[in-house]
Design a protein around this ligand. Structure first.
Ligand code: NAD
Length: 503
């Protein structure tokens, strides 16, 4: 059986004592085994990074940018093959896997302009004969710990800015779909990146703890579920590292009475069920405002859901494929049961869905609940599957309060034709990313991505200028070049025992 190895300094790493199963979600069969590394494996990668990083940091930013240009071209040339690899482990349909990789490449495109964004600040004449300038320098060695649901985009969110700013970077991908980051690291080498600057270590909690505890790793970026994000944040910060840790989500879509309901149903179908709902920016909660809106929306949603095609990830006509593992399928189905037990109305039940010829695949049909209320656990927690919950709101203020008071605050959307309502909503809602008639408001690469509340720990977002800030530290230089003449501070009678001021 295929073994997925670490990728350390351009070579396979030390042999592992432990392995994890990697499934084919379409068939339910184990298709490969991934090495589960430990602190010794990580240390091998760190030693290679320590050797390579000073030279890379000293490489001028334009040359570092050229590697980004080369890398983008190499990935684009192989995008079909890479999308198939991604789909074969994740289960999302091929077109969606291409989108996953493409969104990551957009961050690489931003990194092609790294010489421009690394220009520091400069003040001439901040005092007599004094100039002040600042520069951004790399942290040294950074690490990224990523979730299963975007195995292309999320590693690239992190490694693009980390590498372009002069760091060495170590990725620890999800052990459920670990193959793609190995290929990306190989392509970086082919693009001209020195060995040791982009490495991949595989593993589970043991490897994550080793990363958090390793004294040579200065910054850790994490994306995954909230409980683990919070743990990673606390442990990493306690070890003196810079940490950003993105967590789970429960995004709401508010539907105002004046919204175009056909457009809403179209957008909602993709946002709630696309990628089997395994997106942190999915819309698993819909909030129609007013009973008339709720009745009309429900009437349109039911046939739209019936028309959704669930299929294997290579089925070009399928809207979505299987979920990632049997364990995740069981977890989603148990949340559906909780919803039923708590008294929500199960309008469409996706449990028991089977695909002919793929009976052991991890498929779940689209599921709809109505009359969901805020005290239900199934509402409070993230389900991360193809399950849409309708929470009816009598008015705008109630609808605004729902996402604002929810424990998660990743994304939210409002559907309306009323500019004033949309503007009020965007200004007042207690959530980090807002869509106005945009169902999945993932910001473009040159803006930044990050939620609020339990959806993110730490204060710096992913990619854009926030990413550049996360992976660099600012150094500020105050300089004076005495000429031995009248302009010298030392000769102008200034009292050197008093803190100098510019007044
Ligand atoms: P997960 O939390 O199970 O795993 C994320 C990473 O943590 C993996 O690399 C995994 O190996 C590691 N990990 C797992 N258990 C651990 C433990 N006990 N201690 C230390 N590390 C551990 O998340 P997942 O199921 O892979 O991904 C889905 C989750 O990620 C969802 O909650 C989703 O909302 C979230 N997510 C958030 C964002 C965001 O930007 N906010 C983006 C994508 C996904």
């Amino acid at each position: 059986m295929r073994v997925i190895d670490h990728f350390i300094s351009g070579r396979a790493g030390l042999p592992a004592a432990r392995f994890g199963d990697v499934f084919d979600p379409n068939s339910g069969a184990v298709q490969a085994r991934v090495e589960l590394g430990d602190a010794a494996v990580l240390d091998g990668a760190v030693q290679a990074a320590l050797k390579a990083q000073p030279g890379w940091a000293a490489t001028n930013p334009q040359r570092r940018a050229r590697v980004m240009f080369n890398f983008k071209a190499l990935v684009e040339a192989r995008i079909d093959e890479l999308a198939h690899l991604l789909s074969s482990e994740h289960g999302k349909v091929i077109a969606d896997s291409k989108g996953d990789i493409q969104r990551g490449l957009e961050v690489i495109e931003f990194c092609c302009g790294i010489p421009h964004v690394l220009k520091g600040e400069y003040t001439q004449g901040a005092g007599p004969g004094i100039d002040v300038y600042s520069m951004r320098q790399p942290i040294g060695i950074g690490a990224g710990i990523t979730p299963f649901n975007f195995p292309g985009m999320i590693p690239l969110w992190m490694c693009g800015p980390a590498i372009a700013t002069g760091n060495a970077f170590i990725i620890k991908p999800s052990e459920r779909d670990p193959s793609l980051p190995n290929v990306l690291a190989e392509l970086f080498l082919e693009a001209g990146l020195p060995a040791g600057i982009c490495q991949v270590v595989h593993g589970d909690k043991e490897m994550v703890d080793a990363i958090l505890d390793h004294p040579a790793i200065g910054a850790v970026s994490f994306v995954g579920s909230s409980e683990i994000a919070h743990y990673v944040y606390r442990r990493g910060v306690a070890a003196g590292k810079r940490v950003q840790a993105m967590g789970g989500a429960k995004n709401h879509g508010i539907v105002m009475p004046d919204a175009d309901l056909d457009q809403v149903v179209h957008d909602l179908s993709g946002a709630a069920f696309g990628s089997a709902g395994e997106r942190c920016m999915a819309l698993p909660v819909v909030v129609p405002v007013g009973e008339k809106t709720a009745i009309a929306l429900r009437e349109k949603l039911i046939p739209a859901m019936a028309a959704l095609r669930v299929g294997v990830s290579t089925d070009a006509d399928a809207h979505y494929g299987p979920v990632v593992t049997a364990a995740h399928k069981a977890r989603i189905e148990s949340w559906i049961q909780t919803g039923v037990d708590e008294g929500a109305e199960l309008v469409v039940d996706g449990r028991g869905f089977t695909l002919q010829g793929h009976e052991a695949g991890f498929f779940i049909g689209p599921t709809l609940f109505d009359h969901v209320t805020t005290e239900m656990e199934a509402y409070k927690e993230e389900i991360f599957g193809p399950v849409l919950q309708m929470v009816r709101a009598p008015d705008f203020e109630t609808a605004l309060r729902l996402p604002s008071e929810h424990q998660y605050g990743n994304g939210v959307a409002i559907f309306t034709r009323n500019g004033h309502a949309a503007r009020e909503f965007a200004a007042r809602v207690n959530v980090g990313m807002v869509g106005i008639n945009v169902p999945i408001p993932v910001p473009v690469a040159y803006h930044s991505f990050g939620g609020w509340k339990r959806s993110a720990f730490g204060d710096t977002n992913q990619h854009g200028m926030e990413g550049v800030k996360f992976w660099t530290k600012v150094k500020t230089v105050t300089q004076r070049w005495p000429d031995g003449g009248a302009n010298d501070l030392a000769g102008d009678g200034a009292n050197s025992f008093v803190i100098p001021t510019m007044g």
